[in-house]
Ligand binder design. Sequence first.
Ligand SMILES: [Zn+2]
Length: 262
Amino acid sequence: METITVANVTQSLAKNIHPITAHDANVLYQHGTLALLVPGLLEGTTTIGELLKHGDTGIGTGEGLDGELIILDGVAYKIGQSGVAEQVPSDFTMPFANSHRAAFQFQCSREDIGLEALNERIVEANGRANTFFSVKVHGTFSFMKTRAVIKQQAPYPTLLEVADRQAIFLRHDVTGTMLGYFSPVMFHGAAVAGFHEHFLSDDHTFGGHVLDAVLSHGEIYSQVFDTLVTHLPVDDPEYRNHDFSQDNIAEAISSAEGDTAH
Ligand SMILES: [Zn+2]
């Protein structure tokens, strides 16, 4: 697995973070579209092994919304309804996931800042509201609230129906990595417009889909993409035959996923 290291950057590069084209570090790979989760097309149509061919870093969800996935340094972890992170095998399947080849650039250090303000400033500093980028925050969080959806069985419910079938976790003074993707508003439906962030503690005992957080102190890294590759599950008959015109996709995604502040 190839990783590009941006070594020993000590000052803020916020205004100078551009796509790095070497080793395809400018490419965000996505399997599926968030829209397919809305009517409950939750069958796993790719594997961790396949996803890792396109990157060493990423997030996703398992078949039947089985947990929250986070991939760091080529290793995939799942946080299920227990809140404990466990490594998943390469044949683990997913309906939706993102990955990319890590080549993060240091953006800034931050202290005592809530998630909403932090996310706003990351976009402002970058001037990247219409750009896909990944954000990685490593540090100590005085407060971290995450969730994990409870695995659903076929026939699968809709995204709105599973919204209340989730476990919520709270931790204080936890050190770890928050990894996420920012998607421009015009791509709402293909992804969540705005940030979609997952967390993994350094001791791998805790994590999940980030609902709210306060960063006590930490470093913020960004990686900007100029290319989005979307791989669709065209061999899945349920996906092929589904009529999306009846699904209120944008609204359902906003309701179930879009507001990370609550
Ligand atoms: Zn998530």
